[in-house]
Write a protein of this length. Sequence first.
Length: 371
Amino acid sequence: MAKYNWNLQTLEKRLNDYFEFYKNETDHNKRENIWKDIITLHHFVKKEYPDYFDENDACFESINYKNELFNDYEDYKQRLEEIRFLEDDLKKFYQISSDKSYNLPVKITCNLTEDEILILTHDFYEQLNPYFYKNFMKNFRRRKNHVRFIDKENSPCDEGRMFFLKNTKEAFLQIGTDGTFRDLFTTIHEYGHSTSAQINPSHLNPEKELYSEIDSIFMELIAYDFFDRELNNYAGTIEKAHYHETYSSIAEKANAIISLANLEKKLGTSFRYDKNSDYSFVLNAVTNLSTEINDYFYVTSYIFALELYDLYKKDKEKALDTLKKIILLDGNSEKQFYDDILDLGITPNASLEKFQNDLDKEVEKTKKLIK
């Protein structure tokens, strides 16, 4: 039996508790916030335990989750227009990073137990600074029944997942494991999200989606270096190189979609799905790209996280203070958040070439160690 776990009974109890909260609450705004947590819980339970709900349970089936994968090209176009202000940043990132292929092993096997992963995660957050450590511990103290590790080989589980109940300030973490050092970095990543949620629950709001991974990607970047030193190995460098390649690939797909939208504008027409249409190839291309286009926000977050990482290497406290300010930002539009982050002195792609030059050197050193 897993030492650290949460299960259907835990979530079912929370769901029932929240229904009681909802029924007994009279304040409209509070009821609305409770309902959002009910939706979060229901959606997660439904995904993890599909047989739990009765087939006739249609109460939640009509809920339109705004962050689901886009279903057709019209949705892509609309979303692209909403983030048009990022077009130049995405293009520049792809242009600089597109030729990178490091040919390193994807992962390094390790024999870390769940306890060891959690201890190392704790040690990493403890050395950041008192502010982030304090908020990290709010979730870490509950790890006994708020964290679970899932073997990725025997389940459809992805890398990791975290959801946060705002009313009770509870974070539930799921860590997909495969017996490699990725398990440690995934745990650090998900605790990054839960720490930010403790600092500012609105950091998880849809209007901040573009920037929702800055905190966790930044934590991973500095964790790669930290554990390369502490564990005296090269697992962090390999992870860093692998994910740099991954984000470059996603940027390529995002730019392909942007190019299609620009082509549509240039032609003064609208592409429609029609198997007999001359434009059917365009729709086929969109379909082939759609599996990763929803991950564009990882690239936008990565672009900003790289700048925080560069700052961290120069001035640790200033970088952490800037991250705190980013997490605490509130606004009503993605463009406003973008401008606010720029006002904090974080300029997209400013250190990208330097990062790549440093990573090239680290990779070459790692290849010699592997041999």
